[in-house]
Write a protein that binds this ligand. Structure first.
Ligand code: AMP
Length: 213
């Protein structure tokens, strides 16, 4: 299974990709995660990416393509992958298509995760990661029990650098202008499936599985 998860920041792509990865035994390929790793490693490239990401802007297409082509040629991606956060521009979608042609591995589907703006804001402003377990939580939606489980074990609820209100507003605007055109792009190529991504993680996951057939 080779799929793209499309959707605004906060639509739940990462959460659903992780569930699908565990279920189907294919890797989640998140350009955001790979870029954050580069930032954490403190390389010159990482430093350049850091300021772009903190502003909520997009890292240049050729840089992201380099990261993706390297990742998709690794053995664990041979049987499929879930692209999370890539492509984000029409150029990236064209680059991906060329890359997959070269690999002889066409895309099965692009799944659009559709969520209302208000919910996106709550998901993004409330998003936290447990410093001990890496578990994704949300101060608005997770149960008190789940939050306490992290805190009582001595963990902290960490907020992502780019999950502050100013950057969130820019990320949503960048999504609207640069990424939303991909909905049409994949619809025209008959690859688009849309799911309602408002609901519990398990409800949305059921819809995702149904959409993938
Ligand atoms: P994400 O974790 O997918 O929300 O990505 C976090 C940030 O990484 C984005 O706001 C961008 O600055 C950068 N980024 C991630 N994926 C891409 C991409 N495909 N193209 C350009 N920039 C990206």
């Amino acid at each position: 299974m080779r799929i793209v998860l499309l959707g605004a920041p906060g639509s739940g792509k990462g959460t659903q990709a992780k569930k699908l990865m565990a279920d189907k035994n294919i890797p989640q390929v998140s350009t955001g995660d790979m870029l954050r790793e580069a930032v954490a490693s403190g390389t010159r490239f990482g430093l350049k990416a850091q300021s772009i990401m903190e502003a909520g802007d997009l890292v240049p297409d050729d840089v992201v393509l380099g990261i993706i082509s390297e990742r998709l040629s690794q053995p664990d991606a041979a049987d499929g992958f879930i692209l999370d956060g890539f492509p984000r521009t029409t150029q990236q979608a064209l680059d991906l298509s060329e890359l997959l042609d070269q690999l002889g591995a066409p895309l099965d589907a692009a799944v659009l995760m559709d969520v209302d703006f208000d919910i996106l804001m709550k998901r993004l402003t409330g998003r936290r990661t447990c410093s001990l377990t890496g578990k994704l939580l949300n101060i608005h939606f997770s149960s008190q029990e789940e939050l306490d489980e992290c805190l009582n074990a001595g963990g902290e609820l960490i907020q992502r650098e780019d999950d502050n209100e100013e950057t969130i507003a820019n990320r949503l605007e960048v999504y609207r202008t640069s990424t939303e055109p991909l909905i049409d792009y994949y619809a025209k190529r008959r690859k688009l499936k849309t799911i309602n991504a408002d609901g519990s993680i398990d409800e949305v996951y059921e819809r995702l599985l149904e959409a993938l057939g």
